[in-house]
Design a protein around this ligand. Structure first.
Ligand code: UD1
Ligand code: CA
Length: 469
């Protein structure tokens, strides 16, 4: 059940000075998904329609596909960031606005929906989402008086007593939109950081005896944020273990708890097995009975049933059922591998279709090609798809047999049931059922090598004697 007439503003403009990252902090990844995308998906999962992301850099705007964007030119604090979204807030006259922080990726749709229910039940002007943490260091603390919230004190503004409080502010919370806009105009920046804190809105509401409620999250993990590389590593560890547990409960087999990364959007059918060193992320799906790993990366790809991928890398591709690939096979984007295909070591496939039952056993590059069914590739075949300016397609029809070390210079078509002889360079179409053979006469010079060998053996012996001395 979603939430009608609600808006969401996600704060994502922070520079992340404490993170030392190359890109904006909220783009730092947890199991290979940017933190901001986790947060956007949580809001969408609660069916909040109008989402505005407050960004400081273009890179975050690019990640916030389908959201409204507000720019915060100067990072003057979380309160100032919400002010930067005031045009959005005024436009969407929905009753309530949810504020989320782009650096707390485990916020989930259930918490959003349940906190909203409390917000309405209490007829509150604001509902803060809190949690109790064993180690609250770094977070704003919730100070309560007679059970009700009295203040939020930032880490940098804590004294000994408040530092001991273990109930923390997640940063997320519901506000009556009109009250939020009014109160933001009243906050100042008189604090240790010299910033406009969103939490001061809460203080003002409390001072004015308005009804502020607190929703304490059942699972404190939803409030965890990342300000430093250590925080980020901790979030990754948690996400990895959570993913393994979730898939285990669905009947997926694992050979280890460690060295496996599975993104939140990956689907794995019961009965599949994931081995160590496997990294599966993006929109990836694995069919039942498939064995993935060890040491396999799969991104935004689908894998059918009973397929075996050993030490492979697969990107934006589709791999069928009963496929065997590896070790060391590389599937670059837009490759489509049909059922019963076998791909061997050091084979690279890019933007190509490989038909059912075809074998590509070793050391071959197939790029921009359409290969039929039941074809066989000898070792060391190359499709020379690029002439330095343009790319061309190679077509290899059903039952073709490509001999070892064949070079195919496209655009070119090898016909059905055709053969190419080992070492042949194919520069024109090969008709159905033909053999293409390109071989000069072999020259032989009797005894030519013997003289050379004597000199070579003498040189080697001399070098070895020198080294012994
Ligand atoms: C904030 C809260 C703290 C809470 C913690 C939870 C405030 C003042 N403090 O602290 O109570 O316990 O989050 O994780 O709100 N941002 C902007 N523009 C800015 C500053 C920040 O967009 O000018 C964004 C950041 O990208 C980030 C979020 O707001 O996603 C939170 O900012 P951050 O600086 O990480 O706040 P904390 O110090 O963690
Ligand atoms: Ca933070």
């Amino acid at each position: 059940m979603g939430i009608p007439n609600a808006n969401c503003v996600i704060l994502a403009a922070g520079e992340g000075k404490r993170m030392f990252s190359r890109s904006s902090k909220v783009l730092c990844e947890v199991t290979h998904k940017p933190m901001i995308s986790w947060v956007i998906d949580a809001a969408r999962g609660a069916e909040i329609e109008n989402i505005c992301v407050v960004v400081g850099n273009k890179d975050v705007e690019d990640a916030a596909v389908g959201c409204s964007i507000s720019y915060q030119q100067q990072r003057l604090g979380t309160g100032h960031a919400v002010m930067c979204a005031s045009d959005f807030l005024k436009l969407h006259t929905g009753e309530d606005t949810l504020i989320l922080y782009g650096d707390t990726p485990f916020m989930d749709s259930d918490t959003i929906i349940q906190s909203y229910a409390l917000h309405k039940q209490e007829a509150a002007v604001a509902t803060i989402i809190s949690a109790r943490l064993e180690d609250p260091t770094g977070y704003g603390r919730i100070v309560r008086r007679s059970g009700r919230i009295a203040a939020i004190v930032e880490q940098t503004d804590t004294d000994d007593a408040t530092a001991k409080i273990n109930e923390i502010n997640s940063g997320a919370g519901w506000f009556s939109t009109a009250t939020l806009l009014e109160t933001l105009a009243k906050i100042g920046n008189d604090n240790a950081q010299g910033e406009y804190y969103l939490t001061d809105v809460v203080s003002i509401l409390i001072e004015n005896n308005l009804n502020v409620s607190v929703y304490t999250a059942e699972n404190p993990q939803v409030t965890l944020g990342a300000n430093s590389p250590l925080d980020l590593l901790n979030l990754n560890d948690i996400a990895c273990q959570r993913a393994i547990l979730k898939h285990l409960q669905n009947g997926v087999h694992f050979t280890s708890r460690y060295g496996i990364i599975i993104g939140p959007d990956v689907e794995i059918a019961p009965g599949a097995e994931i081995m160590m060193g496997s990294i599966l992320y993006g929109n990836t799906a694995i069919g039942k009975g498939s064995i993935i790993g060890p040491n396999t990366i799969i991104r935004n790809s689908s894998v059918g049933e009973d397929t075996r991928l050993n030490a492979c890398q697969v990107y934006e591709s589709k791999i069928g059922s009963n496929v065997k690939a590896g070790p060391f096979s590389h599937f670059r984007p837009d490759s489509c591998i049909s059922d019963w295909v076998s791909i061997g070591d050091f084979v690279e496939i890019k933007n190509s279709n490989i038909g059912e039952g075809t074998d590509v056993a070793h050391l071959t590059y197939i790029g921009d090609s359409d290969v039929g069914r039941f074809c066989n590739f000898g070792c060391g075949t190359v499709t020379s798809n690029y002439d330095g300016e343009n790319k061309y397609r190679t077509v290899i029809k059903d039952y073709a047999f490509i001999g070892c070390n064949t070079n195919l210079i496209p655009p070119v078509t090898v016909g059905e049931r055709a053969y190419t002889a080992a070492g042949t360079t194919i520069t024109q179409d090969v008709p159905d059922g033909a053999l293409a053979i390109d071989r000069g006469e072999l020259g032989l010079k009797e005894g030519w090598a013997d003289r050379k060998l004597a000199a070579y053996v003498e040189k080697k012996n001399r070098l070895m004697n020198d080294r012994k001395q």
